[in-house]
Design a protein around this ligand. Sequence first.
Ligand SMILES: NC(=O)c1ccc[n+]([C@@H]2O[C@H](COP(=O)([O-])OP(=O)(O)OC[C@H]3O[C@@H](n4cnc5c(N)ncnc54)[C@H](O)[C@@H]3O)[C@@H](O)[C@H]2O)c1
Length: 324
Amino acid sequence: MSDNIKIGFIGAGGNARGHMQRVNAVDGANIAAICDLDAARAEETAKEYGATPYTDFRDLLDHEPLDAVYISIPPNAHGEVEVLSARKGLHLFIEKPVALDRQTIDRVPPEIEKAGIITCVGYQLRYWPTALAARDFLSGKTVGMVQARYWGGTPMNPWWRVMGVSGGQIVEQATHGVDMVRFLVGDINTVYARYARRGMGDLENLDIPDVYSLAVEFANGAVGTISSTCLLNTGGGSGGSDIDIILRDCLLHWNAAGAQIVPEGTGTLNTCPYGETTIDAVFVDAVKAGNGSAILSDYFDGVKSALVGIAANESARSGAPVRL
Ligand SMILES: NC(=O)c1ccc[n+]([C@@H]2O[C@H](COP(=O)([O-])OP(=O)(O)OC[C@H]3O[C@@H](n4cnc5c(N)ncnc54)[C@H](O)[C@@H]3O)[C@@H](O)[C@H]2O)c1
């Protein structure tokens, strides 16, 4: 167990900056090195935290004596970064989705297993008291059906609208809803997907669909639907993941925006979305203690959520259901 740890960042974009602030607030966590392909971005953030800037993650891994790295880069950039970091024995915080293709998913897990490192994937909704209360409520109960939706606007990152870079909205963004459904109900074993582009085709360089509809079956026999859209740029969306879970005589509604769980007839379980503990504090404390047991989504679990998105894309292409 070490009270002081050194952390590196690979990717210093909007999401990484949020993690940097939260990591910096944890006792004993020192941000020692920051890498971004954009040199100005690397230098600016490194200056803010008194860290060393890099533009090539290989240099960062070769020159910095780190305990852990955060990997917060576009989905298509995963693979080599995780493999080389794991070979250095660094604990990994990896942003979702862990991959957008099966090759990366085949390649990375054996390296992580061999390295025996702690991993944490950025599915932070799992740590919210509402999610934990809903999971407790559902424990031992029979779920009949699930309806989840992730309805919103189009994020402005230029890479997000390119299928070969982001994987599209189910893989990249609605993966939060997919993961929360898995966390609450269990693993998904079959996906049938239909996608279309109905309204955002005029946006420059956009080649992703803008409406997505999935029928899914869970390993425990429940069935469900998951839908996603980035058409609602001027409002009217769900503000993130919105999930209805139907049991006998009971509807459990979980909403990341309103963050309220109300099983009909039994009252409100928990109305507080944010807890005191951030996913970053959980990860840093796990690294300090050398014990990852408090982490709710490690790399291997993150792979299962990523695979639902990858299978959905395959099904949308082929027109046939895909078994996971
Ligand atoms: N958990 C969440 O709620 C959440 C929220 C937003 C974004 N994210 C995830 O975070 C990741 C980054 O998203 P973002 O919004 O910060 O995007 P962004 O475009 O703002 O930042 C990505 C950065 O990665 C850099 N980069 C790309 N390849 C690199 C490489 N090989 N080495 C070093 N730097 C590299 C880019 O130059 C860019 O600065 C995505 O996977 C996204 O899904 C997660």
